[in-house]
Design a protein around this ligand. Structure first.
Ligand SMILES: [Zn+2]
Length: 82
């Protein structure tokens, strides 16, 4: 499957490989488009990416929230590092 704009279809393995860099916004525009193209057709990866992005947001919020207990922040941070 190939679109006329030259965007390649990547498989789940490739999408997973890019997951963390995608969440960290370290992918090139082209790579992001390819990932997004895959997420449109693959519900599994869509769920994973959504979960990971949500987790990353949680980590960020928790890290900035001084009132969060230290132990909780540590736990969330460890989760995000996985
Ligand atoms: Zn997939």
């Amino acid at each position: 499957m190939k679109d006329n704009d030259g965007v390649q279809m990547i498989d789940c393995k490739e999408a997973e490989r890019r997951l963390h860099r995608y969440v960290d916004r370290e992918l090139s525009d082209h790579e992001v488009v390819e990932v997004q193209r895959h997420l449109e057709v693959c519900e599994n990866c869509r769920m994973r990416f959504r979960f990971e992005a949500g987790l990353r947001r949680l980590v960020k919020n928790a890290a900035q929230n001084e009132s969060a207990p230290q132990s909780l922040r540590e736990r969330i941070r460890r989760l995000g590092r996985r």
